[in-house]
Design a protein around this ligand. Structure first.
Ligand SMILES: Nc1ncnc2c1ncn2[C@@H]1O[C@H](COP(=O)(O)OP(=O)(O)OP(=O)(O)O)[C@@H](O)[C@H]1O
Ligand SMILES: [Mg+2]
Length: 428
């Protein structure tokens, strides 16, 4: 569920939990017991025959009718039921409560009629009841069984899409050497590569600037560098070890990520900066100071204890971005990926960002930064120009900038114009 939300945040992914509940309800419920009782049906029928042949004949007819109803019920409801499960929550609730209740009532009604007919032969009716009970329960429980079956199929498909990770290794803390070899990235659920055969290497402490027009695959590369999206082919290596072999929980402390669409979590500013780890004030204040956001936070109503809603609704775009930057550099990460960290920053914010980049460099932290702003690209050691998912140019900053359109400054402005052209005036 979590991974599905990572790759497609716009969809709600509560269904798998509902599915799990459905299956648990079936396994722990009465309908499964009805299956176990089923083999007793012939024995009860035989006992009915011992009482009187007509008792037995009636029992057999009743069993046949109820079984036929069960089959008809299954046949008529299977397709609509499966469809209703794929529909909205409302449709699911309707299928779960209303129709199931209607069915129980129907089954009970039939029981009453049978009892009425056999009232004068009381002993026989008990045995008939025993004979019919499992069938009766099967009918009333069939919807649950069918739902559990659909739920199981859906969970099975989900798990097939996101197989369990292999046993990750515990590796020593990385130094930050990043190696990308023939990297191809497919957005999950798509077969159109958005990064096509990228290769480059960064030494610990090196800073790489990534530029390119909208849709060039910059953000997709960022996700692949952090293992959020798996490499369809090729490799991303951190200190020589394939990223997928790292233990995620352990690796998390050594990497930082500032996504293009910033998502802060419900909680305090301090918790968000400290990534909801056990924290002490020195650490998160230190992170806030390193990105120059300390004074901004002191201006919030409850300082570091200010509660921010989902998406940080109480904060402005720039405030969110700067707090998210503090979160990205919290601790002492060895690899930091920043996707347009200055998109909503003012001049002061940008100056602070440059200072934090210098500090990351001093700490030998490898930085991959996606941006169109010339000021920031000037601070990078290397530049990668992406176009249609591939590298249009890669090399040292001083080598790449002039190669683009002559003068460095002009080259970057041109890139900026290209990059923001498709996004319209609001975003630029
Ligand atoms: N979740 C997704 N599923 C399918 N395709 C996607 C997904 N995310 C991005 N893409 C596609 O991948 C391509 C590259 O997108 P990406 O976000 O990497 O571009 P970008 O270079 O970061 O652009 P921008 O400068 O606008 O941020 C686009 O064509 C986009 O449609
Ligand atoms: Mg992007």
């Amino acid at each position: 569920m979590f991974k599905a939300s990572l790759v497609n945040p716009s969809q709600t992914h509560g269904q798998p939990l509902e599915d799990l509940k459905q299956i648990r309800g079936f396994v722990g419920g009465r309908s499964l017991i009805a299956f176990i009782d089923l083999p007793w049906v012939p024995i009860y029928i035989a006992v009915l025959f011992l009482f009187h042949v007509w008792y037995g004949v009636f029992g057999v007819i009743a069993v046949v009718i109820l079984a036929a109803l069960a089959v008809a019920n299954e046949a008529s409801t299977q397709v609509p039921l499966a469809r209703s499960h794929n529909d909205s929550v409302a449709a699911r609730n309707l299928a779960a409560s209303q129709t199931r209740n209607a069915e129980v009532v129907e089954a009970m009604g039939m029981m009453q009629r049978l009892r009425g007919r056999w009232r004068q032969v009381y002993d026989g009716s008990i045995i008939l009841g025993r004979a019919l009970a499992p069938i009766d329960q099967l009918i009333s429980g069939w919807k649950q069984f069918a739902s559990a079956r659909t739920a199981y199929t859906r969970l099975d498909e989900l798990l097939a899409d996101f197989p369990a990770r292999g046993d990750p290794m515990s590796l020593p803390a990385p130094e930050g050497r990043l190696g990308v070899e023939g990297l191809v990235v497919l957005p999950p659920g798509s077969n159109k590569p958005v990064v096509r055969g990228l290769s480059f290497e960064l030494d610990p402490g090196e800073a790489l600037g990534v530029v390119g027009p909208s849709g060039a695959g910059k953000s997709s590369l960022a996700r692949a560098l952090l293992g959020v999206w798996p490499a369809a082919s090729g490799k991303v290596r951190l200190d020589g070890a394939d990223l997928s072999r790292w233990n995620r929980e352990e690796l998390g402390a050594h990497v930082g990520y500032l996504p293009q669409d910033i998502e802060l979590f419900a909680g305090s500013v301090a918790e968000n900066i400290a990534r909801f780890h056990d924290y002490n004030p020195e650490d998160y204040v230190d992170a806030a100071q390193r990105v120059g956001v300390h004074h901004l936070i002191l201006g919030l109503p409850d300082h570091y204890d200010t509660q921010i809603g989902p998406g940080g609704s109480a904060l402005s775009g720039g405030q969110r971005q700067r707090i998210a930057l503090a979160r990205a550099i919290y601790g002492s990460p060895k690899l930091v990926v920043l996707d347009e960290p200055n998109a909503s920053l003012d001049e002061q914010g940008e100056a602070d960002l440059l200072t934090s980049l210098d500090r990351l460099k001093q700490a030998d932290c490898t930085v991959v930064l996606i941006s169109h702003r010339p000021g920031i690209l000037m601070r990078m050691d290397k530049l990668l120009v992406m176009k249609d998912g591939a590298a249009a140019a890669f090399g040292a900053r001083d080598e790449i900038l002039p190669r683009l359109t002559g003068k460095p400054q002009q080259g970057v402005s041109q890139l900026k114009a290209q990059g923001s052209a498709k996004r319209g005036p609001a975003a630029s």
